[in-house]
Design a protein around this ligand. Sequence first.
Ligand SMILES: Nc1ncnc2c1ncn2[C@@H]1O[C@H](COP(=O)(O)OP(=O)(O)O)[C@@H](O)[C@H]1O
Ligand SMILES: [Mg+2]
Length: 326
Amino acid sequence: MSDERPAIEVDGLVKRFGDVEAVRGIGFSVRPGEVFGFLGPNGAGKSTTINMLCTLLRPSAGRARVAGHDVVAERDDVRRNIGLVFQDPTLDGYLTGEQNLRFHAELYGVPRALTADRMRQVLEMVGLWDRRGDRVETYSGGMKRRLEIARGLLHSPRVLFLDEPTVGLDPQTRASIWEYIRHLKDAEQITIFLTTHYMDEAEYCDRIAIMDSGRIVALDTPGALKEGVGKDRVQIRTADDTAAIAALRERFDLEATLAEGVVTFAVPSGEAFVPRLFAELGVPIVSVSVSRPSLDDVFMKFTGSTIRDAEGSATDWMRMAMRGRR
Ligand SMILES: Nc1ncnc2c1ncn2[C@@H]1O[C@H](COP(=O)(O)OP(=O)(O)O)[C@@H](O)[C@H]1O
Ligand SMILES: [Mg+2]
């Protein structure tokens, strides 16, 4: 098969659970070798999407092809070509790392003659070769996640799905998991589809789709999405904040906000603006900082709320829904 064909192709995909439309007609396509991320708050529909692509859930409408196969009509072909790391851990703690992998290899029909070499390869890749003989219950959270990634790779899938691969891990461990994921892309020439609700993690992806309430509201490279916000954030400390805010409005036609002694406003190119600011503000400036837009700003632009607020409302909504069910 030519490498030019998309690794994942999705068109008009919908999933309903009773009255709840968890995924509301999404479409996108992922290139072979890409690290593609779904970013969105809890309840956005990320896991539901992954589960449809992995053939664990049947779509209510629309189509999806993974590694060239239809997720409904060619379910077994899809399954043979994918690896999956679930949101919740599924390792057997009483078994060693090696035993966990061997069990999986048998499940997937990896030829016996190849198993030993392949196990060593994936265990070395995630830095667990030396710990292979230890029971998994003695592993740290990060080691368990790495073992799950190794397991997902064991049968040499063309597409690896990772649902919230770093959820619940400390920042340092999250960073190291990401190193392995990025490394995988080169070592295995694999396509990686993952979900996250951590803004900073979306930066590691080649492209991201921002998902909110079952819809894709934006899709591009992290850089292009941030450029699309169009403005830098300038923050200044001044000798007289009230006068500074008034001067920004009158002389520069800029609306600024004040919080904790910092005056904040947005301009198209912050660094070029700073010299003018010093020359023309007319209020002594104590310090200044310019920052590029972040993915938080992107999320805000497309959804009108921060990802944290969106999570709050989704959680509240779920609580209400649960109460209603009882
Ligand atoms: N099996 C299910 N039955 C009913 N509702 C579900 C089911 N799975 C998910 N949902 C609902 O679908 C929506 C999306 O959930 P999910 O895909 O898990 O979001 P995410 O992974 O982005 O947090 C939520 O409102 C959730 O409550
Ligand atoms: Mg989820």
